[in-house]
Each structure stands twice: as structure tokens, then as C-alpha cells.
Design a protein around this ligand. Sequence first.
Ligand SMILES: Cc1ncc(COP(=O)(O)O)c(C=O)c1O
Length: 453
Amino acid sequence: MGTIQIKTAIPGPKSKALAERRDHAVPRGLSQSTPVYVAKAEDAWLEDVDGNRYVDFAGGIGCINIGHRREAVVAAIREQLDRYLHTCVQVTPYEGYVRLAERMNEVTPGRFRKKTLFVNSGAEAIENAVKIARVHTGRPGIIAFEDAFHGRTMMTLALTSKTHPYKAGFAPFPSDVYRIPYAYCYRCSYSLRYPSCDVFCASHLEDTFKRVVAAEEVAAVIAEPVLGEGGFVVPPKEFFRILIDICHNHGVLFIADEVQSGFGRTGKLFASEHYGIEPDIVVTAKSLGGGLPLAAVTGRAEIMDAPGPGGLGGTFAGNPLSCAAALAVLDIFEHENLLERANALGNRFQKRAREWQERWPMIGDVRGLGAMQAIELVQSPEKREPAADEANQIVQYCYEHGLIVLSAGSYSNVIRVLVPLVATDAQMDEGLDVLEAALKAACEKKAVVAQTV
Ligand SMILES: Cc1ncc(COP(=O)(O)O)c(C=O)c1O
């Protein structure tokens, strides 16, 4: 018997009742991509309150790379539960925080002395990376990219690119943020083609320093090594090296946002490793805590030490349970070959997705690194108009048939895979079978609509 078991109409009666309560109690601004309420989760599957079982290709938006409720993580949390829950690291510190900082300094890219600060969320970590970069350089400017997503707090919204639903209506945002095109080759903002473009989007940073903001006014360039919410876009290999060389020639720092791409997702512990780069600051979160909230800012020691005592921190930042869980997560990566597994899962996806691309012109692009894989849906392969409604239909078809999967992209037309890296081949195939059926249904519906107009 497979993992997927659908016993009721989706959503089932208990999920429906909870959705009604939610409508009364929770603001609508907190969206939900699936209407099913979870009862329990293990490894790469979850079960809803009506007893339906799903393969999970979302992993709580990339937080469960090591699998739901991994025994070692749960045991580490239990052990910590019996000792203390919260003391505030700024009041009475504890070893778990220090040990985890030591481990993060060891495992993140960069052969230089590092220090690590822990906070609660990805957005909070990005905020702190910006604060640290500004104090260290004494400069205000931050350069971010088109299609970037860095969070929902005010500074991270300033850095985030997508207007609806994230930014529209929430202005004013903090100032001194400048935006340049990412290496999104499928939709190049300069209408160029790789490799004949010579990675113009990276070298163009020199021009930005002349025409947009002076380099000596810029503290840092911040980028995701693979776009997350922006649609799993993988830049050409040389993109970041060119960019970082220009940054360093001008005393500008490079911050890598590895919140979604980190912890094995791309087949290396950090996606930066694929490009052979050593960012000055690396920001991590999501799968770091193995399911508990935790985020980190790791960087060159002299940069991290720029703010004075009291300039960094927070009441709950780096709480003992999350640190214990994260230490267990790092042990798992040390002892299990999850990176190889990420590549195997990614290859399994790519093989199927390339076949789909040959069959259905709606699949404009298949791309990814390791297990960070996606397909971009278009109305036609020639004009590449985004097929957002179809992506929405596919997500819905999937959860109705036992697969939890998410869309992404500035045009909401990308289907992305964030499957826990412990998924078996059989679970991966079950999930891909549902996705294939969903694509088929969406393509057939599109063909019928085209015939009737
Ligand atoms: C690349 C990236 N940066 C930052 C964030 C924000 O993290 P959080 O939701 O934990 O604040 C996210 C969240 O999806 C992300 O994908």
C-alpha cells in the first residue's frame, strides 16, 4: 500500500469546520495554500484531521529537509524540555547556543574566522544582517534583486521584490534600498541570452555604482543563491563570483540569503558552495531548527563584531529548545548522506519533468539544483506568458489527490518541490504521479477552453 490515502472529499468535514472557525478568528491576510488541517506528520508524509494521508512536497515551506519529527531531533528537544525552556541568552546564557554557534562557524562556506548570531525567523535574521553590514561599513545602501524574497518585516519588505500580495499597501518602507535584475535567464530583464551575454547582469553592477548609487554609499549586496519564492531560479555558475569581485573592489559586503536554499536542499549543505563563493555574511533559517523556529546570521568575525554590546539580540532569540534541535539537525547531516539523497530526488524529478515538457508546451522551463526543483508554466513556449491560473489549478488538484505542493514565482506560475530529503523513491514517485495527473488535467482543460473561444 502506498503512502497516499484519501478517504473523504477534500477538505474533509473536520477540516471544513476548522476553516470556518479560522475565518472568524484569524485575519485573512494570513493566507493558506491548502484547506486541510494537519493531525500528524512523519518523515515525508502528513495526515489531516479527517484521516487523509498526503505525500508532503512542501515541508512547511522548506523547513523539514531532514524529515518530519526525526527521532534524534525529538529526543534532543525532549532532553532539553526536562532541563529548562527559557532563560534568555542575554541574561543567563547556556552552552547550547555557544555550541551551535561554533558548529555554524565550521559548516558555513568561508575559510576565515566567523561568528554567529541566532534569532527567531528568516526575516529577523536578514534585518540583523543589514544592521551588522551597515555598522561595519558605515554606509547605508543595500542592493537587492528583482524577484527576491527576504521576508515580511518592514526592512525585509523593502528588500523583497514581488508587489502583490507582499508589498502593495504596506509602504512606506525603509529607505536606501536599490534593486537590480537577477540572473533569471528564462526571463532576462535585458533580453539577452546566456552564455553570449557574458553574464551582463552581474558585470552591470559597476554601472549601477555610476548611475544609481555610489559604491561608497553601499553597505552590501544581498542575494539568494537560488531564488526561493521568486521561482527557484538558478543563476549561471559565474554570476556570483563576478558580482562578489565587484563588491569587494568597492568595499561592499556580499550577503547570501540561504534561508530556503540551505541545509542540503540543493545537494550541498549550502547553495553558495555550488558557485565556489565565500559570502561575507550567510543568513540561514527554516530547516536549521528541524521544525522549531530558529535563524542564524553567520559572518566574518570582524564584521559580526561591528555592533557594540546590546546592539544585537532579542528576548527569545536562539531559545534553548531550538538550539538543541538544530544541533541534532547538524548531527544528522554529518552522519547521513542526505546531500546525495537530495541529488537523487532532484534527478528523479528532472527525469519526469523533462518528459512532461516534451509532452505539454505549458511547461516552459524545468530547473533546479539538487532537490530544489521547479517547473515554470506558460501559456505558450514562444511568448512565455505566465500561466498562473493553471498553476493554481494544479496545486488544488494535487491536494485533492494526496500531494501537498506549493507554487512560487513573481508571476505565481511556478510549481516548486521542497520534499523532505528522507522521502523514499516510492513516495517521490507517488507524489510525481499526482503532479503528472494534475498537469494532464490542467492541459486538457486549457485545450477545451482554447477550442471553445
Ligand atoms: C530566501 C528567504 N529569505 C527570507 C525568508 C523569510 O523567512 P521567515 O518566513 O522565517 O521570516 C524566506 C521565507 O520564505 C525566504 O525564502
